[in-house]
Each structure stands twice: as structure tokens, then as C-alpha cells.
Design a protein around this ligand. Sequence first.
Ligand SMILES: [Zn+2]
Length: 183
Amino acid sequence: MKKWLLRALLTAMYVVFLIPVFVIINTAATISGKSPDILISFMYPPKLKREIKESEKILNKDIAGLCSKLKCRRPFEVKVYAHTFDKEAFAYTLVLHYKKIFISRKLMLSLNREEMKCVLVHEIGHVLLETYNEFEADSFAAETAGKKPCVSMLTKIARLTNNDPSGKSEIAMRIHALKSKKK
Ligand SMILES: [Zn+2]
């Protein structure tokens, strides 16, 4: 068999078979509340695994405190993961079912504890207010965790995602909206 043909066949096999398998495993892992990085998380070095455990402990303590203040009906759980080798900085929640908040390690390392509380309350806000609206969740976060740390949290995220904090992107508009809030 010709070399290029073999290579083309292998590539086709990869696309047809392996990619869907990866997507299915990753989606299942995310939905069931395991790390979205399950396919590589077993390769995390022990030091990173320990570090992630430690940060999760602090974040879960903070969210328990915030939740008793906000009267969440069920406790939230925070999971940290080194998403695809720390490339991306973000947080998200599986809104409807799990009350698990996923935070990428890069985001965690970029924010201080007060700014991180804003992230947590923002995510709780999505669930408690049953909204996907970022502006509403931001406003909710500022009321509980303070406007100042929330503005600085969003500003850092803007920079991390290569957006100008005073530009025209959605994140810039969120910063502007929060800054013009009265309290
Ligand atoms: Zn949000």
C-alpha cells in the first residue's frame, strides 16, 4: 500500500472513530460531574493533583459560607481543573441539575480570593435566578460580594481573553454595566 494512502486512511479512521469517542467520554464526564478534563486529568503530576485538591478545599469553604448567606436550597460544589493544559480561563455551571461549578485553574490562579467569590456568586446567581443572562448574574454577584472585586474580576477576565476592558466586547459591556450600577 502506498504511504500517503495509509496515512490518509489512518487520518480518516481517527476522525470517524476516535474524535466522537473522545467527545462522548468528555461530555459524559462533564455531565456526571467528573472533571471535564477526564481524558488528561489522570496524567496530571501528583503535585498538580495536590494543588487542585487544596484550592478546591478553600473554594468549597467559601461557597458554603456564601450559600448560607444566600440561602441556597442545596449545597454547591466547586471543581477545579487544569483545562487543556491551562490554556483557558473560565468558570461555568451545569445550571439545571448538578449545582457543580467548574473553574479552570488558569482563572483561579489569576484571581484573588475576593474576586473568586464574585465568580462563585455569579454562578450561584445563574442557578438561583434561573437565568442565562450574564448581566443579571453580574449584578447579583456585585450585591453579595461587592461591586469593586466584581469589576476587577471582570477586568482581569477581559484581559485574559484578549479583550479591551473598555472596548465593545460583551465582557467590556458587562464591566461598564457594573461600574454604572449605583451600589
Ligand atoms: Zn455567567
